[in-house]
Design a protein around this ligand. Structure first.
Ligand SMILES: *Cc1c(COP(=O)(O)O)cnc(C)c1O
Length: 376
């Protein structure tokens, strides 16, 4: 049996008529740049998150870069983030002019540790960039408290956490609506994916909103009047038209992802560390990530899954502090033991709303057999 990591085709086929009609409307209008659908999608997305504003941009990496710049990050500023994330989180810090400073993660949620953040604050620190990894929210209560007492901005990387919720100061909030700004990606494999690249910034801060609007459109507030050096980074009207349709289904899809996660967990809880979903949050399960007792077991499970047609992936095989591109920052192996443990011992399984029981049983069967054979 062949199982892909994500199945974009089945997701499209199920709502094909609606998507095609929405695309056709844009083709008929030919208003391809900042057409009406972009504004409408920005309003609906902001509404979903409970934030005042949203600014559609070209991709998730630009969303982080522009959100940081719109919040005042400039050359020489330090931004604290996790070493266990996709390269884009740190890359966007560098593109904004800032310097990434890494702080180790917690092993239960795989997210940045508030205690480790505090140890990394210097007079140059200007912001914290927590990443809600795999769809599990970071500890925002503690992070916001640290930010407040040190006058730091908090920009949330929500590329993997759309629909995830967090109980902030006793009140349920959607991730991206807790810090100063939230950054989302619509890369096809994310929870809400478009048919190409896309991203969005959410904020309730008028200043950040106005700066972001300007930065995404060549630094212009009004057409041909340029105030600052900006970018060409707008969300395409065609992508917004697709996203408007998909947004209506997102809660149902998150429920389905949670069902898949429950079935995986029931089958695998005795052979691996399954993902936690802390009481103070609701997981969005962009990825389903298992941790095994050592690297050897993980590597063997990966090999057996691949040999039997099951796609699987390590998120991430090299933590960012060990990436060649950041060698000048002076980190070394052993600096972040928890991030390195995850890099060595975890494996992510196929995860998409439509994943059926037959495939789940097939996948979990291979994993159980592999781990149990290793115990003999
Ligand atoms: C996907 C992703 C991004 C970047 O999004 P793009 O749209 O691909 O630029 C940033 N951060 C994290 C954690 C991601 O998973």
């Amino acid at each position: 049996m062949k199982v892909p990591l994500v199945d974009l085709k089945i997701n499209y086929i199920n709502i094909k008529d609606e998507i095609d009609a929405s695309i056709k409307k844009v083709l008929d209008n030919t208003n391809f740049i900042l057409g009406a659908e972009v504004k409408q999608f920005e309003e609906e997305f902001a509404g979903y998150c409970g934030s005042k504003y949203a600014v559609g941009v070209a991709n998730g990496t630009d969303a982080i870069k522009i959100a940081l710049m719109a919040s005042g990050i400039k050359k020489g500023d330090e931004v604290i983030t996790t070493p266990l994330t996709f390269i884009a989180s740190a890359e966007a810090i560098v593109q904004s002019g800032g310097t990434p400073v890494f702080a180790d993660i917690e092993l239960d949620t795989y997210n940045i540790s508030p205690q480790q953040i505090e140890r990394k604050i210097t007079e140059k620190t200007k912001a914290i960039l927590p990443v809600h990894l795999y769809g599990h929210p970071a500890k925002m209560d503690e992070i916001m408290k640290i930010a407040l007492s040190n006058k730091l901005k908090v920009i949330e990387d929500c590329a993997q956490s759309f629909t995830a919720r967090y109980k902030f100061s006793g009140e349920w909030k959607v991730t991206g609506n807790i810090g100063d700004a939230g950054c989302f990606s619509f890369f096809p494999a994310k929870n809400l994916g478009c048919f190409g690249d896309g991203g969005i910034i959410t904020t309730s801060d008028k200043k950040i909103y106005e700066n972001a609007l300007m930065l995404r459109n060549h630094g212009q507030r009004d057409k041909y009047f340029t105030e600052t050096s900006g970018f060409n980074s707008r969300l395409d009207t065609l992508q917004a038209a697709i996203l408007l349709v998909k947004l209506k289904y997102i809660n149902k899809w998150t429920e389905m992802r949670n069902m898949v996660a429950k079935k995986y967990g029931d089958a695998l809880k005795d052979v691996a560390v399954i993902p936690t979903s802390a009481k103070w949050c609701a997981h969005s399960f962009n990825y389903y990530t298992l941790r095994f007792k050592d690297k050897g077991t993980r590597d063997l499970v990966q090999k057996n899954l691949l040999e039997n047609g099951v796609a699987c992936q390590i998120y991430y095989p090299v933590a960012l502090h060990l990436q060649k591109v950041y060698s000048h920052l002076g980190y070394k192996k052993g600096d972040f033991p928890n991030a390195e443990k995850v890099q060595d011992e975890t494996l992510s399984l196929p995860m998409y709303p439509e994943l059926d029981d037959e495939k789940i049983e097939y996948i979990t069967g291979i994993i159980k057999k592999t781990v149990e054979a290793g115990k003999l």
